[in-house]
Design a protein around this ligand. Structure first.
Ligand code: FAD
Length: 618
């Protein structure tokens, strides 16, 4: 087959690849998405869920830049839950349980609807290069060469992928798929640093074999929090999940068979995700715990499969069945697909620019799990950033960098390219020092105007955002223009002193016990205001002053990088740090703030806390 030249080639149609291809297409580039099979588009390799703490923020940011993950997740969602609902808006994480089949179908229809975006079914086996190392296209398995201005490689867990179930090893990128071996050799030849990581997945259980009676039900939110700023209601019927637990018998079975686990029997070299441990890891690392929670999540409205979230494993088949059947509700469980672990090559992301281009291989961009991350959302975010930069480079325009204060996208890429990874990297809100600023609710106001400027935001999104921004400005000025006396506020049930001065409606939103719905109903001048807009204003109003303080703190860290940490300083007594961070400080005992910031795994957010502790002489 003959292919004409493309501006951008994207290798891999997983979460990074689809987002990258769509973004480059939105920017008007001639794009081809090359993947083993068209049916790869939108496959969720592991859990059928999108979002969560930190990850939900990333999806909102992708949506704000007109990316597709949020829209697709909304369409496929069969349960919406806003995590950390009781905590402040900055750390609330939207999450959906997705129907795997609906997700794939919705993603495929987004890609199919992108007229001109070509999908090529093939294996990429080599990269074409010029004498100076510039990458200018790819070679397919049948020998066809496809030239291109830029190439984005998003091969996920496929590079030299090796799956393990007990002592059984199978070469493959995930269940039922080939690995990418020839391309892995080519990547090694590029001179980038390569490492090995691993991850795992639980066995899938037939729903019809589960006894649900007596198990705790986990219902979704009554009012769904959608990912996309373009959506206002759920699309699919909503369901509940169930909760069960491992018990001492489960743990005994696992302990007695640890030497048969690929992870514990020495069969695997790669490092696994500490934050998403296998059930073997949990039993060993938290040996004092007699039980672990398991969410039984239906994989689809139409399939008989259930994903037991919390028991990923690389134990052999007989042990998987034994321990699964020791769990309440699963006594008669039938396993439809065994759990397994997979190890794969990743590229040290410190060899990439902030636009995700490989240093020394102009024209080649890497995004997704290949860069040492784990998770669909992290992959999609990188795909978007790589595509923006690939298109800009092809056009001879300046690279685009997202800063840490603009979004979690900036935090992630800065972490990856400056600190590298020692274990699969996943997003957490604690990684962001500008947490209060980077909320899921304001992702559009932070990033949509930037996306319009970059050229990756379409007309519909730009118009919707413009209308929303105008509405918010209008609402804010109405609320600022109305003064409410202390008596009025007390009559509304607000807890303020009777001699307090009058305050505007906008300032009233800052009061802890202010309910926007009550305020709108009680003040005639506010009757016409929309509740969603007022709730959004409330988030901003509440955070304004904290954000200003946070910006000052960060500025202060910058100014104090040379600050000496007193000898004998008690790192163990610092409040507001995880025990892991405290113990890193105690082990390394940094002498200056700058040195503390260079310790592996220490986030800028932790340095802000350390500086405050030094000042207070903790
Ligand atoms: P993928 O989604 O893996 O997509 C890679 C794409 O590249 C595929 O479409 C593939 O066909 C294509 N491809 C590869 N090589 C070639 C080639 N040479 N030519 C053409 N096409 C090619 N994440 C979590 O957050 N939590 C978990 O618990 C978790 N567990 C996991 C368990 C398993 C077993 C696996 C496999 C993954 C797990 N993940 C987990 C990771 C999650 O699936 C990935 O982070 C995410 O899918 C990465 O997206 P990606 O786009 O980088 O790669």
């Amino acid at each position: 087959m003959k292919h004409t030249a493309f501006d951008v080639l994207v290798i891999g149609a997983g979460h990074a690849g689809t987002e990258a291809a769509h973004a480059a297409w939105r920017m008007g580039a001639r794009v081809a998405l090359i993947t083993f099979q068209k049916s790869d588009i939108g496959v969720m390799s592991c859990n059928p869920a999108i979002g969560g703490l930190g990850k939900g923020h990333l999806v909102r940011e992708i949506d704000a830049l007109d990316g597709i993950m949020g829209r697709v997740a909304d369409r496929a969602a069969i349960q919406f839950r806003l995590l950390n609902r009781r905590k402040g808006p900055a750390v609330r994480g939207p999450r959906v349980q997705a129907d795997r089949a609906l997700y794939q179908a919705a993603m495929q229809s987004e890609i199919n609807a992108a007229h001109g975006l070509e999908v090529i079914e093939a294996e990429v086996v080599d990269l074409l290069s010029e004498e100076d190392g510039t990458i200018n296209g790819v070679r397919l398995g049948d020998g066809t060469d496809i030239p291109a201005g830029a190439t984005i490689l998003t091969s996920g867990t496929f590079l030299r992928g090796l799956m393990h179930i007990g002592d059984e090893k199978t070469v493959g990128g995930r269940h039922g798929a080939n690995a990418s071996m020839r391309l892995a050799d080519r990547i090694r030849d590029l001179g980038v640093r390569i490492g090995r990581l691993k991850t795992g997945t639980p066995p899938r259980i037939r729903r019809s074999s589960i006894r649900f009676e007596g198990l705790e039900e986990q219902v979704g939110d009554e009012t769904p929090t959608l990912f996309s700023f373009l959506h206002d209601k759920a699309f699919a019927p909503q369901i509940s999940c169930s909760i069960t637990h491992t018990n001492e018998r489960t743990h005994d079975i696992i302990r007695a068979n640890l030497d048969r686990s690929a992870m514990y029997g020495g069969m695997i070299d790669g490092t696994g995700p500490r934050y998403c441990p296998s059930i073997e890891d949990k039993v060993v690392r938290f040996s004092e715990k007699t039980s672990h929670q398991i969410f039984l999540e239906p994989e689809s409205l139409t399939s008989d499969l259930v994903y037991p979230n919390g028991i990923s494993t690389s134990l052999p088949a007989d042990v998987q069945l034994d321990y699964v059947r020791s769990i309440a509700g699963l006594e008669q469980a039938e396993i439809a697909q065994l759990g397994y672990a997979i190890e794969y090559d990743f590229v040290d992301p410190r060899g990439l620019t902030s636009g995700l281009m490989v240093h020394g291989a102009r024209g080649l961009y890497l995004a997704g799990q290949i860069n040492g991350t784990t998770g669909y959302e992290e992959a999609a975010g990188q795909g978007l950033v790589a595509a923006i930069n690939a298109v800009k480079a092809v056009r001879g325009e300046e690279a685009v960098r997202f800063s840490r204060s603009e979004g979690y996208l900036g935090v992630m890429i800065d972490d990856l390219t400056t600190r590298g990874v020692t274990e699969p990297y996943r997003m957490f809100t604690s990684r962001a020092e500008y947490r209060l600023l980077l909320r899921a609710d304001n992702a559009d106001s932070r990033l949509t105007p930037r996306g319009v400027e970059i050229g990756c935001v379409g007309e519909r999104r730009a118009a919707t955002f413009g209308a929303k921004a105008a509405e918010l400005a209008d609402h804010r000025s109405s609320m600022e223009g109305e003064l409410l006396s202390a008596k009025t506020l007390i009559d509304l049930g607000l807890n303020i002193r009777p001699d307090s001065p009058a305050r505007s409606g906008y300032e009233t939103l800052r009061l802890k016990d202010c309910d926007p719905a009550v305020l709108i109903a009680a003040v005639p001048a506010f009757h016409e205001l929309k509740i969603a807009a007022v709730e959004q204003l409330r988030c901003g109003a509440v955070y304004d002053s904290y954000v200003a303080r946070q910006l000052k703190e960060i500025e202060s860290v910058r100014a104090n990088e040379g600050l000496a940490i007193p000898a004998g300083f008690d790192f163990g007594a610092i409040d507001g740090l995880s025990s892991e961070v405290r113990s890193k400080f105690q082990t390394v005992r940094p002498e200056t703030l700058a040195q503390a910031g260079r310790i592996e795994g220490i986030t800028p957010a932790a340095i802000v806390v350390l500086l405050a502790a030094i000042r207070h002489g903790t």
